[in-house]
Write a protein that binds this ligand. Structure first.
Ligand code: 6GU
Length: 247
């Protein structure tokens, strides 16, 4: 997977991506990053890339031409048309299913805006996927693009230590993850649930599944609509929902 990021803050993208698991995956050659500075494609000697909005109003707007020239340069390097993700609070809200879909691509271009946005005409020309990471407003698209690249990267084969870790976790089947415990068995008088020390794998699996159902009912009841539950699990979830209502 190769990520091409068009941004006014390439160092921010590089710093964020070179750390931790994604950094190691880059060293292994599983992931590649090309952070491109839109300012390098400015069309005036002052290297300005923003101007006042037509019609007035607060803030500045990123101009169409530097963004377009930057895009052309990136596309030239890739050698074919690829999806262009524009990070904007007005986009489709990012989720795990979208991460899986993007992870199947060979190359992805991310366009990070700043100020009050980007001239609409260049967006119409190049953007294929406007994406938001949630209903709140950030100062720019850099953090959202790092969030998306992280979620996509861990789905690329080999990026996580063992290939199993990416499956059977939160949202894969619309249920939250079960709680995890490690040594010591007693910490500040709090004990690890006994079943986990039993060595009885079927009982462990059943307990974990039940914990997932309970957690989802308590914390994310909206997910229960799409979750595939057995009749017994439905009843358990209903019971939790009813008792949560009493609190
Ligand atoms: Cl993608 N961009 C900005 N600026 N703010 C956001 C966002 C994106 N997603 C949520 N808030």
């Amino acid at each position: 997977m190769k990520f091409h990021v068009m941004t006014l803050f390439p160092e921010m993208i590089e710093q964020g991506f070179h750390s931790s698991i994604t950094g190691r995956a880059m060293e292994k050659g599983l992931l590649q990053l090309d952070a491109v500075n839109i300012r390098d494609y400015a069309v005036n000697k002052h290297m300005r890339v923003d101007d006042y909005p037509y019609g007035g109003g607060a803030g500045m707007v990123m101009q169409a031409e530097p963004v377009y020239r930057c895009y052309e340069a990136v596309k030239e390097k890739i050698g074919r048309d690829v999806r262009v993700i524009y990070l904007t609070p007005q986009g489709r809200v990012f989720n795990q299913k979208m991460a899986e879909e993007f992870a199947a691509e060979e190359d992805l271009i991310f366009l990070c805006g700043h100020y009050e946005g980007i001239d609409e005409r260049v967006l119409e020309e190049i953007v294929t996927d406007p994406v938001s990471i949630g209903d709140y407003v950030l100062t720019g698209g850099e953090l959202p693009s790092l969030v998306m690249m992280d979620a996509i990267s861990r789905l690329v084969p080999g990026v996580l230590g063992n290939d199993m870790s990416a499956v059977g976790e939160s949202f894969a089947d619309s249920l939250l993850e079960y709680p995890q415990y490690s040594r010591p068995a007693v910490w500040r008088e709090k004990e690890v649930p006994e079943v986990l020390l039993s060595g009885h794998h079927a009982n462990v699996d059943a307990w974990r599944r039940e914990q997932s159902v309970i957690r989802t009912a308590k914390w994310r009841p909206d997910l229960l609509e799409t979750a595939q539950l057995t009749k017994k699990e439905r009843i358990l979830a209903e019971k939790i929902l009813a008792s949560e209502g009493e609190l």
